[in-house]
Design a protein around this ligand. Structure first.
Ligand code: ADP
Length: 229
């Protein structure tokens, strides 16, 4: 399960300025699709429509053939795991942060998720900014490490659909490499939507959609798009 379908989607935050002008694509269950394009093209808007932060003005968005407007918020949230651009951590251990919102997860589950996301070596640490009464300081985590903590959280939730939004974070090459292995692992049996800045970060996607001026300008596999550009 987890097939996504956008059919002739039109959307504007402000009626005078359409953002999506008839966007259609399908993601078969278990596939990974990437949406790339310049800043402001409407990439993150696509993930917001899927999550129903906003509703389409024309066309439809559906999951497994069901229009998201007919799905309850609760089951929509259960179906989708979101790895945001900027993960804000609580002033608690990394293990606590991974487990937050997943009351049924055992300590073993947390450790396994941390291992897959490659954050197992610091789950007992506290995040940066933390300072205890005895002066103990938290660990400074890189952007990629924080994203891996968010990936570990998503592994515990185990939703059929994963959205990784790195549209504006413009990760450096090192950070991209850091999260790539964890991402490959977590997207294996899941429908995955990657919102990315650059083509170089989404080499393994089954399909890449290039969004420009509210329309799909190009689509294809990584090598095909490189040939054309
Ligand atoms: P991208 O992810 O491709 O950078 P977005 O989907 O975030 O682009 O945004 C597309 C356009 O919509 C941008 O011009 C942005 O300024 C505008 N926009 C985004 N969110 C809102 C909002 N909540 N209200 C009004 N305009 C918005």
């Amino acid at each position: 399960s987890g097939a996504i379908s956008f059919k002739d989607v039109h959307f504007a935050y402000d009626k005078a300025r359409p953002i999506l002008k008839g966007v259609s694509f399908d993601v078969p269950a278990g596939h990974t699709i990437a949406v790339v394009g310049p800043s402001g093209a409407g990439k993150s808007t696509i993930s917001r429509l899927l999550y129903r932060f906003y509703d389409v003005q024309a066309g439809s968005v559906s999951i497994d053939g069901q229009d998201v407007r007919t799905v309850t918020q609760k089951s929509l949230r259960a179906a989708i795991g979101m790895v945001p651009q900027d993960t804000v951590l609580f002033n608690e251990t990394i293990a606590y942060n991974i487990r937050y919102g997943r009351p049924s997860a055992t300590q073993e589950d947390v450790e396994r998720a941390a291992e897959i996301a490659q954050v197992d070596h610091f789950i007992h640490s506290l995040p940066e900014g933390y300072k205890s009464m005895v002066g103990e300081r938290g660990l400074k985590l890189s952007g990629g490490e924080k994203q891996r903590v968010a990936i570990a959280r998503t592994i515990l939730k185990s939703p059929p659909i994963l959205i990784l939004d790195e549209a504006t974070s413009a990760l450096d090459t090192h950070t991209e490499q850091e999260i790539q292995a964890a991402l490959d692992e977590v997207s294996k049996n899941r429908t995955t939507l990657i919102i990315a800045h650059r083509l170089s970060t989404v080499i393994n996607a089954d399909e890449i959609i290039v969004l420009k001026d509210g329309r799909i300008a190009e689509r294809g596999r990584h090598a095909e798009l490189l040939d054309q550009n």
